[in-house]
Ligand binder design. Structure first.
Ligand code: ATP
Ligand code: MG
Length: 365
């Protein structure tokens, strides 16, 4: 059995969301978004193939494993936001498709396609908006219900070269004048991470130009745009958290950062006031920090950072404490000092060879 068999099983199964949008744009979609008009869990149970691996009664959704692939099928549903900006609660499961699409973020993400017949169902003018490259919310309270949609809009705008429709832009501006900081910052962080993963300078440009940084915290001040993308491009194989290279100098105190992300920010802040007056001091200050901290520091100290990344960090001491032990010295604190002194000399003169370095360390000892 394969997924095609699933599509033929019912007239009530639809692709909705990113997958339909991407297909109409002629792009490959990363995941399959399936919606069943009715009860998806019941539908999955009625199948004589596929294995149900997860059930979420509250949202009426089910994970179905077919051919070793897991597919997520949700029931059509309506939602309300009793606490604005927080997770919605399900109002009604198994509602008509026309009502389901109203809970979605933008019209271009609310187009459905029947899995069996291939018929496109567009209740909200999504196809026209796709043609006109326009992002339009489905109702005026959309950003109040879920402000993370603002960042989703940013992501889709840059990914596809779309613009916010005029009224949607006005609603966004109004929301940003009056942000509700009781929002779910976890969802905001997820969307931000995703948007900045695109590694496009344009994301940062719009983030600043459209005042989207106001979503981060109440006392967030505007920022001057700096070029981040060229450096991220250059060192992208080493960077684990692209988003933080773009946003690390903003106030991120509302986001729950991982241990590594916290270290990146703390190290960056320490480096801002560190003594970087010699290559050796730069070397010692930079060698233990993540590259993300250095990319952030490059906003104000680009030359020093680039010199370190391109040249200094490649300089390595050819001798170690073991050489000193072989020479008959007992391990002591002086070891580190002596090795550092040689390192300093090597940084100033990288042509010093192993024998010269050994000679030097012996003299110091
Ligand atoms: P991507 O290609 O990034 O996966 P997508 O549009 O498929 O884009 P998903 O996060 O996979 O995005 O969500 C699937 C669908 O669920 C969306 O197309 C949209 O219809 C709906 N959706 C997702 N997040 C929201 C949200 N915050 N508010 C309203 N609808 C949403
Ligand atoms: Mg998707």
């Amino acid at each position: 059995m394969n997924i095609i068999n699933l599509y033929e099983k019912s007239e009530n199964l639809f692709f909705v969301g990113g997958i339909v949008r991407d297909e109409l744009l002629g792009k490959k979609s990363p995941d399959i978004d399936l919606t069943f008009v009715g009860d998806a869990i019941e539908f999955a149970r009625s199948l004589d193939f596929g294995e149900i691996t997860q059930i979420n009664e509250e949202f009426g959704s089910v994970h179905l494993k077919i051919d070793n692939k897991t597919i997520d099928i949700t029931s059509t549903r309506t939602e309300t936001y009793p606490k604005k900006g927080q997770l919605p609660v399900v109002d009604k499961i198994a509602c008509p498709l026309k009502d389901d699409v109203q809970r979605r973020d933008f019209t271009v993400n609310a187009i459905a396609k029947n899995c069996k017949s291939g018929e496109i169902v567009d209740y909200v003018g999504g196809i026209d908006d796709l043609k006109n490259k326009t992002l339009r919310v489905l109702h005026d309270k959309s950003f109040i219900d879920d402000p993370t949609r603002i960042i989703r809009g940013l992501k889709f705008a840059v990914r596809f070269g779309f613009e916010l429709d005029e009224h949607t832009k006005k609603l966004q501006d109004e929301y940003l004048q009056n942000v509700n900081y009781e929002m779910s910052f976890k969802r905001l962080k997820d969307e931000l991470t995703d948007a900045f993963k695109l590694n496009k300078q344009e994301v940062l440009h719009k983030f600043i130009e459209q005042n989207l940084y106001k979503l981060l915290s109440a006392d967030q001040r505007s920022a001057k745009e700096v070029q981040v993308q060229p450096l991220v491009d250059k060192y992208k194989n080493e960077i684990k958290n692209v988003w933080i290279c773009y946003l690390g100098s903003f106030d991120l105190s509302n986001l729950s950062l991982t241990k590594t992300e916290t270290k990146v920010i703390d190290d960056y802040k320490k480096l801002l006031s560190a003594d970087l007056s010699s290559d050796f001091k730069v070397y010692k200050a930079f060698e233990k920090v993540e590259i993300e901290s250095l990319i952030l520091l490059a906003q104000t100290k680009k030359e020093i950072v680039e010199k370190y990344l391109d040249k200094l960090r490649k300089i390595k001491l050819q001798i170690s404490g073991e050489d000193l032990i072989k020479l008959g010295y007992k391990p002591s604190r002086k070891f580190a000092q002596a090795l550092d002194a040689v390192l300093q000399a090597v940084i100033e003169n990288p042509t010093l060879n192993h024998a010269q370095q050994l000679d030097m360390v012996e003299k110091i000892m």
